[in-house]
Design a binder for this molecule. Sequence first.
Ligand code: GDP
Length: 366
Amino acid sequence: GFKCGIVGLPNVGKSTLFNALTRTAAAQAANYPFCTIEPNTGEVAVPDPRLQKLAAAGKSKEIIPTRISFVDIAGLVRGASKGEGLGNQFLANIREVDAIVHVLRCFEDDDIAHVEGRIDPVADAETVETELMLADLESLERRIIQFRKRASGKDKEALTVLPMMEQALALLQDGKPTRILLDGIGAEDLAILQGLNLLTSHPVLYVCNVSEADAATGNEHTRAVEKMAAGQGARTVVISAAIEAEVAQLADDEAKEFLADLGLEEPGLDKLIRAGYELLQLITFFTVGPKETRAWTVHKGAKAPQAAGVIHTDFERGFIRAQTIAYNDFVTLGGEVAAKEAGKARDEGKEYVVQDGDVMLFKFNT
Ligand code: GDP
């Protein structure tokens, strides 16, 4: 599955947020049979209001949302990349994620110590980013010597990988994260970059953790973070981990009321999950039948056979074609039969690029 790693300095609210996410997931577990929760990994349902509408139009008995994972990555402190180095566990955890959710402390609370003795989320973000860049710089400097040698000996793999390594190294030496390389990158280069296993090449989303009182409005700290993030082309979500921790323990209607009293329309976690989904560049397609309406996830740009493969590897291998109905057509016309009669069911082949919201039915050879 797709994973977002939660990072940040100590005492910024990572565990509180993570626990709220997993408690919500645990509460859902009864309805969602495939929910597995490891100690530091939580799988959560991606909220999607389209599911209810599709299930109504398709007269499905059950609704199954798609899911993404969050991993709580503890252990990042100033100086972590020097001296003792980042812990092995930390490195292993952060390398296996597809995107980073960077939690920043934007709440004042004299009872909770800040590791730097002051509230300054922009400086905190720089501290964390610096540690990650130093770790990348060190590992890349070590590896590139080998690759330069091999490339001068015309080694094929080295010749393919080295240009990306050199670009990444130049950025890091210039004090810049390698995720800059993601901008407009092609599929082949992306695979090479991902193969380098760099900590700073993951896309990042900033989460501003604010007090209850600031959850609806944000504050001066969140605005400073938003400005910084905009300069990096990154997104920001304002959340109060304290609120989320409470909401996670309430029944749905109680939670709604509690949130409304605070001037909030939905749980911050829903915002966070959706932002994480977008950060991972994922889109959703649906299958709708009498048994269930189900959401599935593919990368933006995936073709029909790959989508079929998400459901079952046999579907991909034996792919023939995909009957495809756009979400709007399915819902406004009132289901598959009506959409077909209206000529809105397309037969798509191997080269079809899946669109967000497609309702798909795969024809395949067994
Ligand atoms: P971590 O070290 O980043 O995982 O941080 P924790 O989640 O353990 O939080 C550190 C402390 O800050 C705990 O005592 C939390 O209860 C508290 N905390 C977390 N979020 C908030 C918040 O939004 N407001 C306030 N006042 N305290 C918070």
